[in-house]
Design a protein around this ligand. Sequence first.
Ligand SMILES: [Zn+2]
Length: 277
Amino acid sequence: MPELPEVETVRRGLEQISVGQVFTGAEILLSKTLAAPGDADYFLGAIKGLKIQAWQRRGKYLLGILSDRSHLGVHLRMTGKFLWTTRDTALQKHTRVRLFFEGDRELRFVDTRTFGRMWWVPAGTAVETVITGLTRLGVEPLSPDFTVAYLRDRCKNRQRPMKTFLLDQAIIAGLGNIYADESLFKARILPTRKASNLKSKEIKLLHEAIIEILETSIAQGGTTFSDFVSTTGTNGNYGGMALTYGRTGEPCRMCGAPIERIKLGGRSTHFCSNCQV
Ligand SMILES: [Zn+2]
């Protein structure tokens, strides 16, 4: 599932490819992918002639800013990905939405599992009233709002295991399974530790680790885009560098002990019981 670094990589790709492009139309192949407006014909009429001005990211949401100040929101969920192509290119299986641009260019949304969603929010309407998931997002971990004090405050009185704590989008937006495991390893904290039991020094280390892991991963995903907007749902080139994620039984990069895996809150959790306390 794409997490913050993957979504950020897609955002950069979209920014490189589609800013300045003018919509000529669209085709919705799976109606539930377009979550709003409910009337697809209205959407098709409304976006015609609009230009894409920028792409923003909030948590795992992508937000296209269009020339009339309307917004095109996208959540890739499990398997959503974009393909930048030409209109006459044969359709991929699982193509859900086709966005057409001048010069017969096309941005195709391909989504095997069909959990991905798109929203168009007209100008003058507050984006979060339509894309309501945005109202539940916590702080952006790469913004100045994510401070040691913020993390310390959120850890206070929370009895949840750290892994579950980090996956909570209402606390930190965009962290998922991979980067929660990686950050905890880097900060040498066991995923089973209760948030309220962390020492001040550990909170500081974790804060640093989250930022460093995300920045490293974004740097690895920062490829140049030709015709493909990278989002495989995995983690770009970061995979080969992962500290614990997906490395069950393999030697810990710090101490050589085998990486262990348990289920926490229903999610696979990877750690080194020798390095993490
Ligand atoms: Zn180790």
